[in-house]
Design a protein around this ligand. Structure first.
Ligand code: SAM
Length: 360
């Protein structure tokens, strides 16, 4: 019988075994950074002849592509089972594995929402000069099924991107400096530790506060560290003790970041009050003038909840669009008024009405 998942905990073992013990539909988001199956052979040398530490770890080795595909099908199928119906999954990979992973995900029924390119301004060069410098990895973002609900904090991401719609190419440096976990001899603890900014974008865009995020290939716990910072819960699975110990130390030292971003304040739907209701509740009155913020334009509130400017009568949205010479606009963002001796946006009156439970 599957047991309840222990939150904010790292399970040690093979994810194929541990995932089987988790109940159906129990996690809100999955971030998976599986073995790449790099298939590298021999030593990689820099131009100065020194050895480059790439991904040559035992955990990345598979006997054949078939073996890698079978492994991928098994963990992805288990992930799909434990994902809530309105949850989502992100899988990251490089050219060696991401096409195989994407094919398998589609066959299992996941529905691709985007593929995001993680572009690395400080990528490792192609030392031999035999190919282009490989300077990106791909993240596949899927909902559980075609048409399934999923969570996307669109406005939060737009805000993070200087008020422009965020694109599917993310420029983020590879993990270096103080963020890179090192052992007592100054050697990298993990060959593929991901940058926290990458997980910040993933988690902030597709979860809500206190959601549970599963990472079946936890490594040094980048997912856990960012989940904690953003006031979300994590559950990790990892085989290697050395990575688990490093992840625990790292997560213990993380502080929750307090900001409007982590509460997804930009994406919270405004309280549902109409102009007519605000009049009925006494926050606005019939005949009252409401203004553009700079007071250059104004309209008067009508009894039916529309507004009129002496020429036309329409909704606050159409009236604000007319003033701005646009085809449409959000009137709640445009109009301001006098309220109790203060100049406030009419939008703030909706929040006030909600706070007071709809009564003045
Ligand atoms: C690409 S790394 C993940 C790195 C991680 N995202 C980070 O930022 O540190 C993949 C990790 O999966 C672990 N791993 C590989 N096969 C596994 C399996 N079958 N079950 C659990 N963990 C596994 C490896 O030990 C390795 O740490």
């Amino acid at each position: 019988m599957p047991k309840e998942i222990q939150k904010d905990f790292i399970y040690q073992g093979d994810c194929l075994d541990i995932l089987k013990t988790f109940p159906d539909r129990s996690v809100d988001l999955i971030f998976a950074d599986p073995p790449y199956n790099m298939q590298t052979e021999g030593e990689l040398l820099r131009t100065d002849g020194t050895a480059f530490e790439g991904v040559s770890d035992k955990w990345d080795k598979f006997g054949s592509l078939q073996e890698y595909d079978n492994f991928s099908k098994l963990w992805l199928a288990e992930c799909r089972r434990v994902l809530k119906n309105d949850g989502a999954i992100w899988v990251i990979g490089s050219f060696q594995n991401i096409f195989r992973i994407g094919y398998i995900m589609q066959d299992l029924g996941f529905w691709i929402l985007n593929d995001v390119i993680w572009s690395k301004p400080n990528a490792v060069p192609n030392f031999g000069g035999t190919r282009f410098q490989n300077s990106h990895e791909t993240l596949i973002w899927c909902s559980k099924d075609k048409g399934a609900k999923y969570h996307f904090n669109y406005k939060t991401m737009k805000h993070l991107n200087g008020d422009k719609q965020m694109k599917s190419v993310w420029d983020i440096g590879i993990c270096i400096g103080s963020e890179r976990l090192k052992d007592a001899d100054g050697k990298k603890i993990h060959s593929t530790q991901k940058p926290e900014q990458l997980l910040y974008n993933v988690i902030l865009s597709s979860t809500q506060k206190e959601d549970l995020i599963l990472d079946p290939f936890f490594g040094t716990g980048t997912t856990g560290a960012v989940a904690k910072r953003l006031n979300r819960h994590y559950v990790g699975i990892e085989r290697e003790t050395i990575y688990i110990e490093a992840a625990k130390r790292r997560i213990d030292s993380v502080q929750i970041e307090f900001s409007d971003l982590i509460d997804n304040a930009f994406d919270v739907k405004p309280p549902r009050f109409s102009i007519k209701q605000l009049v009925q509740l006494g926050y606005l009155s019939v005949g009252q003038k409401i203004y553009s913020k700079d007071r250059r334009n104004y309209a008067e509130i009508c009894e039916d909840g529309n507004v009129q400017d002496g020429e036309t009568k329409s909704s606050i949205h159409k009236m604000s669009a007319k003033f701005l010479k646009r085809s449409n606009n959000n009137g709640w963002d445009y109009f301001w008024c006098e309220y109790n001796g203060e100049y406030v946006s009419i939008d703030s009156l909706r929040y006030l009405a909600k706070e007071k439970g709809g009564v003045q």
